[in-house]
Every structure is written in structure tokens, then in C-alpha cells.
Design a protein around this ligand. Structure first.
Ligand code: NDP
Length: 311
């Protein structure tokens, strides 16, 4: 009997770590790393991160494509993708890392640490009286696998948290709203806004000059999802004018961020190089294996992606 075979492709993930993690869950899986795939017709599953154009056309018998990450915006709109179930990764390690990033970025502003960083560079003892966290309104855009735990953790810390998503959610401690008509209110009421929205045709450019102007003067903006959710030029202008007081940005229209990009010169921007969260193979492999088992049984995979919806 032939074994099921999986093709692995990623310019950034370690194939050995994935092979070890996945074959310990599925010892009968034939794990092949592109380009050493053997007969492409024998490949059943693909575990990939941004494969080159035409990649999927090589494998006529695919039954499942698993995206090596949470964001599928570079996967769902390809025209070489055969109509098979798509799943994305989600594991407790990825959730914990994203939550830690959001907690760090929000707390840095809430506790005025960015002000003390500047004061220290000037050699100044600069006292700012701390504010209770319940006075600080934080908006979380996107309440999915990463947004919901981040919002709930912030609420558990005592922040006044408002969450926003496409469909209405009910998260303990978080004031939730949904739909395009609720966005303006959320932006106008929050002094710190965090984007954990996926990039889809609907969310692209969702935060433009008009939306940024709705936020209270000097508001803080944190983007750990995808840059194109925001109009980058409008954000630069708002940061220059002080309409947006501070930003923590992990994602950019062009990555690595070009050396001549205005963000590098803005003292009110904290740049991190797209690492708010990553996948930990040892923790994520169980779900990938479970998805393969489900597809073998003719069931949908875990963390299924709706390609039409875009996330
Ligand atoms: P999910 O797909 O689990 O959740 C997405 C959330 O956004 C859902 O709550 C969804 O609403 C909401 N949403 C989607 N479209 C809209 C819309 N048009 N209007 C309002 N709300 C909308 O995604 P994750 O939480 O797992 O991840 C979010 C994003 O984070 C990923 O897509 C990826 O781009 C990014 N990411 C970034 C990383 C980094 O290191 N910087 C690492 C990992 C992910 P609903 O629930 O109603 O469907």
C-alpha cells in the first residue's frame, strides 16, 4: 500500500523541524520537501508558505492545502490554486506570542513608557502621573483566533476594551460591536486601536485618512496584522501632524521596510520586523495532523479557510 505524501515549501520555515513534528504525529506520512517531491501525482497534501506562482498546478491530486501561518491573503487569490480545502495554522504558541506583542504595545502606551524612553534619551527625569487602566479605552479590530484572546487578555488586565468584527461576538469583559456601521464609533471612542484584521478585499484600505481622523487627537495605533488594511500614506501624514500620536507597526506595504521609508525617521513610530507572532512546529503539528486525518475521513480540516471570504 502506498503512503500518503505531503509536499513542504517555505522560504522561512525549517523543514526538518516540521518533518520531525509532523511525522511524530503521523508516522505513516511521506514528508517531502520541495523540490525533491518525486512523482508530483503522488502528492496528497501541501504544507506551504508563499509558494511560487504555478506551484499548485504541479500537483493534480491534492486533497488539502495548509498555510504555514494565520494570514492567507497571499494564498487565497492565486489562480493556480486547485479547488481543495484550505486550512491555516493556529496553535497556542502563536496565540500566546501575538497576545504578548499586543499586551506589550498597549501597555507601553498606557504606562507612558514611550514618553520615558524619550526623556531618558534627553537625560531627563520626567514624571507622568500614571492613569488607572480602566480609564484607557482600547479598540481591537478583528476578534478571530488572535484578536479575541488579545482583547480578553487586555480586558483581564483592567483596560476598557472594545472589540469589533464582521459578525457579532460575545466575549466576556469586552464590549463587542460588528459591521461597517459600528467602526466609526469604535474608532472615535478609543485612544489605542489595535488591528488584528486579515487582509481581504473588504478590509484593504479600511483605515484611510477619514477613519484615522475619527480617532481622538494623539491616539495610538498598533498594527500587527497586515499593512494594507491601512492607507500607509494617510498614516504617515497623520503621524507627522500628530493627529495620530504614536504607532507600533509590525507589518508594512513593502517588507523589509525600505531604507528611505518615512517611518524610519518618525520618532513616534516603533518598528518591529514582522514577528509579532510565529508558528511553533512542535505545537502546531498536532492540528496539521488532525486536519490530514479529517480529510482522509472525508471531513473538513481544522481552521478551514473560506477562500471566497478571504480568511
Ligand atoms: P481570523 O481569521 O481568525 O479572524 C479574523 C477576524 O477579523 C474575525 O473576527 C473576523 O470577523 C474579522 N474580520 C474579517 N474581515 C472583517 C471585516 N471586513 N470587517 C470586520 N471584521 C472583519 O484571523 P486571526 O485572528 O488568526 O489573524 C488575524 C490576522 O493576523 C491574520 O489574517 C494575519 O494577517 C495576521 N497575522 C500577523 C502575524 C504577525 O506576525 N504580524 C502573525 C499571524 C497572523 P468574524 O469573526 O466575524 O468573521
Amino acid at each position: 500500500m502506498t503512503r500518503d505524501a505531503l509536499v513542504f515549501y517555505s522560504p522561512v520555515d525549517d523543514p526538518r523541524a516540521w518533518k520531525e513534528a509532523l511525522t511524530s504525529e503521523l508516522p505513516d506520512l511521506d514528508f517531502r520537501v520541495d523540490p525533491d517531491v518525486g512523482d508530483p501525482a503522488t502528492i496528497d497534501y501541501a504544507l506551504v508558505w508563499v509558494p511560487p506562482t504555478g506551484f499548485f498546478q504541479r500537483f493534480p491530486n491534492l486533497k488539502l492545502v495548509t498555510n504555514l501561518g494565520a494570514g492567507v491573503d497571499r494564498l487565497v487569490r492565486r489562480d493556480d490554486l486547485v479547488p481543495v480545502p484550505i486550512s491555516r495554522l493556529s496553535d497556542p504558541g502563536m496565540v500566546a506570542l501575538m497576545t504578548s506583542y499586543v499586551v506589550f504595545a498597549v501597555t507601553r502606551y498606557a504606562r507612558d513608557i514611550h514618553i520615558f524612553e524619550r526623556a531618558q534619551r534627553r537625560g531627563e527625569w520626567h514624571y507622568v502621573h500614571p492613569r488607572p487602566l480602566f480609564e484607557i479605552k482600547v479598540g481591537v479590530l478583528g476578534l478571530g483566533e488572535l484578536g479575541a484572546p488579545a482583547a480578553q487578555t487586555l480586558a483581564g488586565m483592567g483596560f476598557d476594551v472594545r472589540g469589533w468584527s464582521r459578525t457579532q461576538k460575545d466575549l466576556p469583559g469586552v464590549a463587542c460591536s460588528a459591521g461597517p456601521e459600528a467602526l466609526d464609533n469604535l474608532l472615535a471612542s478609543c485612544e489605542i486601536v489595535v488591528s488584528l484584521l486579515p487582509l481581504t478585499p473588504e478590509s484593504r484600505g479600511m483605515l484611510g485618512a477619514r477613519e484615522l481622523a475619527l480617532m481622538p487627537k494623539g491616539a495610538k495605533f498598533i498594527n500587527a496584522s497586515r499593512s494594507a488594511v491601512v492607507d500607509e500614506a494617510a498614516l504617515v501624514a497623520a503621524l507627522r501632524s500628530g493627529a495620530i500620536g504614536e504607532a507600533t507597526l509590525d507589518v508594512f506595504d513593502i517588507e523589509p521596510l525600505p531604507a528611505d521609508h518615512p517611518y524610519w525617521t518618525l520618532d513616534n513610530v516603533l518598528i518591529t520586523p514582522h514577528l509579532a507572532s510565529i508558528t511553533v512546529p512542535a505545537l502546531a503539528a498536532r492540528d496539521v495532523a488532525e486536519s490530514i486525518k479529517r480529510v482522509r475521513r472525508g471531513e473538513p480540516p481544522l481552521h478551514a479557510v473560506d477562500a471566497h471570504r478571504g480568511y
